[in-house]
Structure formats: structure tokens, C-alpha cells
Design a protein around this ligand. Sequence first.
Ligand SMILES: [Zn+2]
Ligand SMILES: [Zn+2]
Length: 296
Amino acid sequence: MLPPPTSEDLAIIFGFAEGKSPYVPKPRLLKDETERMDCIANCIAYYKEIGRGNEREITYAKFCARYLPAVMDRFLDAPILGLSGPFQPELYELVNTSLFIMLVTYHIPYFTKYIRSQKPVAARGKVFTQVLAERIARFGAFMDLRKELNPPDVEDEIEVFTDLLVEALVLFSIFVKFFAKYQEPIKTETRNDLSRYLIKWRQRGWDTSLQRESNRVFADLQGMSKELADYVEAGRKQLKARDKCAYPGCEIRDNLRACVKCSIVAYCSTAHQKAHWDAKDPDIPAHKPTCFETEY
Ligand SMILES: [Zn+2]
Ligand SMILES: [Zn+2]
């Protein structure tokens, strides 16, 4: 059985680092985006199936602290095309290794730090939601075209595409809600374009998760209800993780001082910072293993 994937394994799969990884059985195949996606999917599946929450959070935190700007850049510059399969650029520009990793790491506090960062290294992240919206709409046009062309096995193809589209909509919804404050607003033209497809997708009953996600995103784009806005505000605070003392159970919110190394957490006192740093209580995940310096 494979060992738990580390942030180094992820970096090697992305091509950000060199070396050997048990999750890359044939390194020469990594020229192909579909191969990369398989390798990343195996890492993600490991933690989904086997659990190990704490180890997973450490792996993802370390990877995000170091490589988040590179992951974002890789998404924004259309990724390397797959060499195998019938797939098209419209697919890979949306569904790729970057999207996969973002879906499992957006809750890591480094993500919020990156999105809020004003440093040049994080500048490109400001347009992520807009670009994602454009690509989802282009993907909609692409799916329509495939149906029109009606190649053999188009139904199977559409089923695969639909699953991928649902994943992209999940991420989009999260960014629209939680990160809207820190990102460029979506252009009206893109909003209208995307809404057209969302209306179509939620009316077609072929897939309940597509219906559900289309409804959700459509509501996000229309503006928020009071309940949703409250929920988003709570979620945003949680993602920021700096408005309350990070020591589990401490509710103090005033006069906090951020951890100088990572600045993703803050404390009410030196006593709580020290107690959290290498906490031994299994119910209190220590801060030390997830504390990293970042460029952003
Ligand atoms: Zn405290
Ligand atoms: Zn720290």
C-alpha cells in the first residue's frame, strides 16, 4: 500500500519540484495532463478513503504555503493539453490538476491569506473568479457543440463532462461567496453569459447534482438572501481564522497578535500561543506542523 501523500509528492506531480514519488509510477508520462490528473486524484483519494485528517491538513497546508501562487498561475495560463483521449482545450482549461487541488484545499487558511495578499506574487489570484466564470461558460458552449456534432458515445462523454462541470461549479460558488470581497467583481457580460447556461442546466433533469449546483450558482449571481449573507459572513470569518484567538476554546477577539511566521493565526496571549504551538492533546491540533512562511 502507498504511504500517505506528502506536499513533496504533490509538488512533483505538478512539476514544481524534482524527485521521486510513489504517486508517480512513470515520470515520463507526466508530460500529459491526464496522467497528472490521475496522480493527483490518487493522492486526494488516499485522504478521502483512509481519513487521517490531521496528516491531510498538514500536507495541504504545507503545499498551499509554498505552491499556491504557482497553482493559481498554472490555472490562469491554460494548462498543458492532454495528449490522450478525445478531449479538447475547452475541457483542460477548466478541469485540470489546479482545479482538483483547489477543490480540496480552499478551506486551508493559506488560501485566504493568498487571496487577500497585496504582494505582487499574489496579484494574479485577484482575477480567478472572473476567469473561472468565463471558462465555465465556454465549457457550456463546448458541451452544446459536442451534442450537436453527435459523435459516437456522446452520451457517455456528456456524463463525464457533467461530473467535471459540477466540480467546477462547486468551486466557483465557494469563490463567489467567500472571496468576492477580495476579488474583482465578475463582469456583467460574463455574468449574463454564464446565467444563460445555468438556466439551461437547472432545467434539464439529466443530473440532479448539476441541477443543484446550477441553482446554487444562479442564486449566488442574483445576489444573496439575508440567511445566505449571514452564512457567508460566518464562513468568511472562519476562513480568515484571525479574528479570534486560535487556541481551541478561547473566545477572545480583542488585542490579538498574529503568529509572526505564518500570520494565518492570532492569539490573545503568549501563554495561549505557547500552549497551541506543540499541543499534545489529541483534540487540539498543534499549530507547529501547519506553520510556514509564505511569499505572499
Ligand atoms: Zn486565547
Ligand atoms: Zn504560525
